[in-house]
Design a protein around this ligand. Sequence first.
Ligand code: FAD
Length: 385
Amino acid sequence: MGNTAVVVGGGIGGLAAAIGLHRIGWDVTILERSPVLEDAGAGISLAANGLRALDELGVGGAVRDASRGQYTGGTRTPRGGRLTRMDGSALEKAVGTPIMGIPRSTLHRLLREHLPAGSLEVDTEVTAVEQVGPGTVRVDCGTTALEADLVVAADGIGSAVRSRVLPGHPGPVYSGSTVLRAITEHAVDVRADFELTWGRGAEFGHIAFLDGRAEWHAVLSLPAGTRFADPLTELRRRFRTWHDPVLALLDATRPEAVLHHDVNELRAPLPAYTVGRIALLGDAAHAMTPNLGQGACQALEDAVTLAAALGAESTVETALARYDAERRPRSQAVAGAARQAGRMGQRLSHPLAVTLRNTAMRLTPSRAATRMILRHHVWVPPSLN
Ligand code: FAD
């Protein structure tokens, strides 16, 4: 089998895929349209499945060293009443690690440091991808073109490659929620490693980092495209009665650090993750709502599974069939569960429904809550050796 690959997109999924392909001996080129790798984004939680994928890629140790374990915290009501308790030690006992929190910029940097030298080309937008022969795919980027044995489309939720190879798919839709988030400028006494607070149609959460800073996010059920002239002032107004440290986190944030995005998802599941010699991966294949913190973890699973299949199978075709068969059911099930978690969490706004949910959560034994969290974290990576 030939062994050259072009990866479209240098996000978490694309970088991980390139590391995996390199590890099984393929020549990889990553094409990223952004001219500078500023790694805009706040923080990210990595669960055991994502960390295990990173281990298989040889990046797990460095990521763990730069992350903070989420041992304490849980879910609260706006007044601070506890709904569930985060038991990081129980997760650690069950799957070897608590959930870990890390700034996205650090995760991106660590992934880039594990790429083969010279494999990442920035400021290069892929404009077309086409299978030009049984074993060859052509990738156009403006004035230049490349040919490869395999193209990995890791170009995110708005994937142009997906639109091209699966033109019948309706594409992303608005989830009904918009999210504002930032990393604080300095360390904040946040009391817990991780916390999520659910009000009616609103959520506020934080992830603490190793250096004492924290990422916070505020999710609001609002029409798509809603934007605020002064986001921090608006959030202080909306969350003014919420428990500590919500206002302290907002106060520790520079206005220019606040990011605001509408949350979109691929609600219609893709009929295939591969078309000819083109494999869709990460958000391009299964962009999900962030309610389970699994989008990037699933992209990391994709990356390892794809590389392992290519390493084990005798043809690219059988490897891609195996990748599709192994990844589509699992990632689409996780996406469905994430959507459902959003419906039962911040999107719930009817007072009676909120009361019922809160009562059910309070009555759920801690062990059962841990088991529910673990449902998606238990995953054994295929070997790349
Ligand atoms: P992207 O990160 O979107 O990367 C795609 C890349 O492709 C970009 O760099 C883009 O510039 C490039 N690109 C696009 N088109 C082209 C083109 N034509 N040519 C060249 N380059 C191109 N997941 C978790 O696991 N844990 C969490 O805690 C978590 N929290 C989240 C919180 C929020 C608010 C949101 C919105 C998501 C969260 N996720 C989380 C999900 C996670 O961020 C995504 O699933 C993950 O980043 C997807 O990575 P990706 O590489 O597939 O796509």
